[in-house]
Design a binder for this molecule. Structure first.
Ligand code: AR6
Length: 178
């Protein structure tokens, strides 16, 4: 399913992010970049042990920020490790922190001449963020960033839905998707 905005193709795609042939994939990591379950575990398994070594070398990533490593054995060139907020009911800055994840990843993509990037539903698993609110934020941030960014290399942005809740939320939130 896809739509276009400012000449960029935005897709909602169902499946495993580690299989995507894109320049960069985003990891929903933890502050210690220690690896974990969910999409983080899948990315580390597919990338091989060199990824954990690279993450250990970086050491820490504050919530809402992003750190870059190579993709190692993954088909992508880069992994962007971002840390989404833990959902605590919505009054603890969760929305801003999640928005920062998307914006900082898009900014980093532009800085590294990335043409295609895939996002998982950051915070929507273990961290408990409601899927519909999270997909609204993802779409809004992508949309705003593409409107505001002066010049960038991006041609394709993929939002990856691995589970039903995220897929259904994505279908509701993305306008004109077909
Ligand atoms: N491809 C794409 N999406 C996936 C995949 C996959 N292979 N596997 C799971 N998802 P989560 P979080 C979806 O829990 O909520 C880790 O342990 C999943 O269905 O991976 O940000 C980290 O180390 C959900 O929609 O990330 C942190 O400690 C989405 O990815 C913590 O979990 C995010 O779920 C981060 O929690």
């Amino acid at each position: 399913m896809l739509t276009r905005k400012h000449g960029v193709t935005i897709e909602l795609w169902r499946g495993d992010i580690t299989r995507l042939e894109v320049d960069a994939i985003v990891n929903a990591a933890n502050n210690g970049l220690r690896g974990g379950g969910g999409v983080d575990g899948a990315i580390h398994r597919a990338a091989g042990p060199e990824l954990l070594q690279a993450c250990m070398h970086i050491g820490h990533c504050p919530t809402g920020e992003v750190r870059l490593t190579p993709g190692f054995r993954l088909p992508c060139r880069y992994v962007f490790h971002t840390v989404g907020p833990v959902w605590r009911g919505g009054d603890e800055g969760e929305e801003t922190l999640l928005a920062n994840c998307y914006r900082n990843c898009l900014q980093l993509a532009a800085e590294h001449a990335v043409r295609s990037i895939a996002f998982p539903a950051i915070s929507c698993g273990v961290y408990g963020y409601p899927a519909l609110s999270a997909m609204h934020i993802a779409w809004q941030q992508i949309s705003d960033w593409l409107t505001e960014a002066p010049e960038h290399s991006l041609q394709r942005i993929v939002l990856v839905a691995y589970d039903d809740a995220v897929w259904q939320a994505g279908c509701r939130v993305m306008p004109g998707i077909s």
